[in-house]
Design a protein. Structure first.
Length: 203
């Protein structure tokens, strides 16, 4: 009976076995990403690179990925600041493991563990990517709007901690604000350079 009802449901929704199989494969693939630290990191970096390519195109003058500093440390990406030799480093972090445990009533320490995870990420970024070759700030990119909103709404002390450490926490949507600000700064800088050249030619 259950089988027949399942078949009826499939027919009603117009979902074929092939489609169900593809959906199941996608869900399993995403589950594998979520439970594997390395894959989560790769997913975060891929999301970051994809967004940067959308915002800036393929412009090495504005941003670079896998940027190596003179001390050997590598940032997931950096933004080049017009008129400055220093860069703004971006590092992708995906603290999803303990976040996923927050709804589980049995995991009373999930909030504390999540808070510790994010604090560690903040201070790791501050120690690695704020120095002589960078601006006095760095960006922590979280590739999940849900996690970012949770931090803003439920763990605002983490925003304060990041601010004190000169780390800006961003999500896919808020990174866009940083990108557009940089685009406008770059336009103004280039416009200013051209105006100076034009003034010299007029003189």
């Amino acid at each position: 009976m259950i089988l027949s009802e399942t078949m009826k449901t499939r027919e009603y929704l117009g979902v074929s076995d092939a489609k169900l199989s593809r959906i199941a494969t996608s869900v399993n693939a995403m589950n594998n990403i979520m439970v594997n630290n390395k894959k989560r990191g790769n997913f975060g970096e891929y999301t970051l690179y994809h967004l940067l390519s959308i915002y800036f195109g393929e412009s090495d003058a504005i941003y670079e990925t896998q940027f190596r500093f003179s001390n050997g440390k590598i940032a997931d990406a950096v933004l080049h600041i017009p008129g400055s030799d220093r860069v703004l480093a971006i590092d992708s972090k995906f603290p999803v493991e303990n976040y996923a445990r927050l709804d589980d009533a049995q995991n009373h320490d999930a909030k504390g563990a999540f808070r510790r995870d994010v604090k560690k990420h903040i201070h790791d970024i501050a120690s690695k990517y704020i120095g002589e070759e960078t601006l006095e700030e760095a960006i922590m990119f979280i590739p999940s709007e849900a996690i970012y909103l949770y931090i803003c709404q439920e763990e605002s002390s983490l925003i304060d901690e990041a601010y004190k450490a000169h780390v800006l926490i961003t999500s896919p949507s808020t990174l866009m604000g940083v990108a557009f600000t940089l685009i406008n700064i770059t336009k103004d800088f280039k416009r200013s350079q051209n105006l100076q050249r034009v003034e010299k030619e007029i003189v």
